[in-house]
Structures are given as structure tokens and as C-alpha cells.
Design a protein around this ligand. Structure first.
Ligand code: HEM
Length: 130
């Protein structure tokens, strides 16, 4: 039952790989992919380094991300409301990526932080049409 131990998110290389694995799921997801690809029309070459720096800051304390994530999601929400179902889906893909590839204290930290930030973000978006 127990295979070889999964790696932890304890260095930049693993965090970057995790973000790539998470985005493979997000960008293949019927519900979320259009928000990234059509509404925000992200340029992956710009977007992914921001996300990697963001998680390296939160998990490893590395400086490098200095942008206002909440304002960015507020602007997105104004164009296409981010619903409770969207947050549930985002978190379920995040957790599934962790479960499949990582384990250890940093992976658990990522799980806790993502859960808390998603809840906070959802609460702090203005009520809309949803
Ligand atoms: C409903 C759930 C979510 C959706 C659909 C979503 C979607 C997006 C999209 C489309 C962008 C690109 C926006 C743009 O460049 O115009 C973005 C950026 C970002 N998101 Fe989310 N997001 C969600 C939740 C979260 C959560 C919970 C976190 C953190 C735990 C997060 C962290 C980020 C970060 C760090 C960026 C980069 C912002 C930057 O450019 O610096 N997102 N998100």
C-alpha cells in the first residue's frame, strides 16, 4: 500500500513543478479554463511566473511577489462573477494535485493556506448576480 514517499513542497523546483501540475488541471477544466483563457485571456509565460513566485513567497518565505492579488480577482469578478462553485472547483483541483504528487509539512501548509485564502477571497468579493 505504501509506495515511495512523495516529495514535499520544500524547494523552489518542487513548488514550480506543483504550479505547472495544478495549471494542467485548471486549464483542462471545463468550468475554470474559460475564466483563465477567455475572460482573463492570460499569457501563460507571464502568468505562471507570478503564480510560482506567489507560492514560493507563501511557502518558502522567498521574496519576489509584490502584486495585489485581491484587486486582480476583484477586477476579474466584475467581468465574470467568481461563484462558490468556482472556488470549490479551484480548491478541489488544488487539493487533488497535492494528493497525487506531494506530501509533508509544506504540502499541508499549502493546503491550509489555499483553503484560508480562497475562503477569504470569496467573502471579500462584492455580492453580484450569483
Ligand atoms: C474561483 C477561484 C479562482 C479563479 C477562477 C481564479 C482565476 C484567476 C485568473 C483568471 C487570474 C488571472 C487574472 C489576470 O491576470 O487578469 C488569476 C490570478 C491569480 N490568482 Fe486566482 N483564481 C481563483 C482563486 C485563487 C486563489 C484562492 C488564489 C490564492 C490562494 C489565487 C491566486 C492567484 C494569483 C497569485 C494570481 C496572479 C495575480 C498576478 O497577476 O499577480 N487565485 N486567478
Amino acid at each position: 500500500m505504501t509506495g515511495p514517499a512523495l516529495p514535499d513542497l520544500d524547494c523552489r523546483q518542487n513548488v514550480e513543478q506543483f504550479v505547472d501540475q495544478f495549471y494542467q488541471r485548471v486549464l483542462a477544466d471545463e468550468q475554470l479554463a474559460p475564466v483563465f483563457l477567455d475572460v482573463a485571456a492570460i499569457d501563460l509565460d507571464e502568468h505562471l511566473p507570478h503564480i510560482k513566485n506567489y507560492w514560493c513567497k507563501l511557502l518558502l518565505g522567498q521574496q519576489g511577489y509584490r502584486r495585489h492579488t485581491m484587486n486582480i480577482h476583484r477586477a476579474l469578478h466584475a467581468r465574470r462573477p467568481l461563484t462558490q462553485a468556482d472556488f470549490e472547483r479551484w480548491l478541489s483541483l488544488f487539493r487533488a494535485t497535492l494528493d497525487e504528487h506531494y506530501s509533508g509539512p509544506y504540502a499541508e501548509k499549502a493546503r491550509r493556506i489555499a483553503t484560508a485564502i480562497a475562503a477569504n477571497m470569496e467573502q471579500n468579493l462584492p455580492e453580484g448576480t450569483v
